[in-house]
Design a protein around this ligand. Structure first.
Ligand code: SF4
Ligand code: SF4
Length: 384
């Protein structure tokens, strides 16, 4: 019996010599653009962090800040955003304590639904750090280390367990009154300042935990993203329903495996006709590596609705810009906590009412904090 030989369909005759050759990929690599986008987001995040640091510093000195508080800082409050999102779904009220956190969460969820885990591959600063630690790993060890499947699979489920823990706590354990109490609590009002202190006044335990994670990500590339990040788990789960996927055309594929070698998520791209994996972060490294024209690409179906990597980049960045602009225009970007109130909070950050226990907050003075009735919107403060 003869052995079936796979002959790629894109073999063309060379002009003049008549020799047969493979049609080469003619797209320019997207990786430089991806780096520009990643560093662009990093710059914005660092700028926001710096402005916020100065703003808090001026408040702590008892001064009225000369800068405006940057609402983008609320992107670092995913749990508060999840609580506010559920409250919004249940009551139709998007609160004005941290509205930007919900806006950013919704934008990120939208990227997951439409653009796979593009947030991880193109936007997240921890994804960028992870990429560079992986590069350093390859330089140091001259290969990409991968845990055996026996360890890799159970460890990958850890991030889903963490995600389950948060979703269960917010969507099952907290009732409407708990959500309301949390959103308007002193703790939530200063959650952004507490997050800043987490980094600027880091305890030695936190420092060593972070160093351990960096070390593990150096030894096992993308350790944090692959095994622990609950955000990555959420986007990975959403990416299953994303219509866009990496497709491979088996008729033109020459089985060179360059795509698989390039994939940082250890996906066997050369064996898949469609990459369904929740680990695919739409980085397009496989597409850049593929040497054959029209063989590896992102599209909705194998033959229809192909999306060029550059168009993907524009749509992803456009979603963030458009979402932020829309929130600004509709008044859901800046929060409604007056500066005078912040001045009071920063002096009391260590009081017992500025803490919570798994979402349960201590009782606080609702009248003083202008807390609206459950399901009603907050009143705009007079001085803003
Ligand atoms: S399959 Fe391609 S796009 Fe997805 S993670 Fe791997 S290299 Fe990146
Ligand atoms: S890079 Fe992957 S998809 Fe492209 S020809 Fe080689 S094996 Fe096939």
């Amino acid at each position: 019996m003869g052995v079936a030989v796979h002959i790629p369909k894109n073999i063309v005759q060379e002009e003049g010599s008549g020799k047969q050759k493979i049609e080469k990929a003619d797209h320019s690599p997207i990786q430089p653009v991806r780096r520009i986008v990643q560093f662009g987001f990093l710059f914005v995040i660092l700028w926001i962090g710096f402005e916020f640091f100065l703003w808090v510093h001026q408040l702590e000195q008892g001064r009225t800040p000369t800068l405006t508080r940057p609402p983008g800082v609320e992107g670092f409050l995913p749990i508060s955003a999840l609580i506010s999102l559920r409250y919004w779904i249940l009551t139709g009220v998007l609160n004005h304590i941290h509205p930007a956190s919900v806006v950013l969460l919704v934008i990120i969820l939208a990227t997951g639904v439409f653009l796979k885990k593009g947030f991880c591959g193109w936007v997240c600063p921890f994804g960028l750090l992870s990429d560079y630690l992986a590069k350093l790993h390859i330089r140091l060890f001259d290969r990409r280390f991968k845990l055996p499947k026996l360890l890799d699979y159970p460890l990958r489920s850890l991030k889903y367990l963490l995600l389950f823990f948060f979703v269960y706590a917010v969507f099952v354990q907290m009732n409407l009154f708990d959500l309301h109490a949390f959103i308007y609590s002193p703790y939530n009002r200063v959650a952004d300042i507490k997050m800043l202190k987490f980094f600027t006044e880091m305890s030695s335990t936190t420092f060593w935990v972070l160093m351990t994670l960096v070390g593990l990500s150096l030894l096992i590339p993308h350790f944090w993203c692959r095994y622990l990040c609950p955000y990555g788990a959420l986007l990975g789960a959403l990416s299953w329903i994303s219509p866009l996927k990496i497709h491979r055309n088996p008729e033109t594929c020459i089985d060179c495996k360059l795509c698989t070698k390039a994939c940082p998520a250890h996906i066997q791209v050369h064996k898949e006709n469609v990459v369904f994996s929740d680990e695919c972060n739409a980085c397009f490294q496989c597409v850049d590596a593929c040497p054959v024209k029209d063989t590896l690409y992102m599209s909705v179906t194998r033959k229809r609705f192909r999306l060029k990597p550059m168009a993907y980049a524009w749509i992803l960045v456009g979603l963030f810009v458009a979402g932020t602009l829309l929130a600004k225009l509709s008044g859901y970007w800046h929060n409604w906590i007056p500066v005078e109130e912040y001045k009071y909070h920063v002096q009391h950050l260590h009081d017992p009412e500025y803490y919570h226990n798994r979402g349960a907050v201590p009782r606080y003075d609702e009248q003083k904090l202008r807390v609206p009735p459950v399901g009603k919107p907050m009143e705009h403060p007079p001085q803003q």
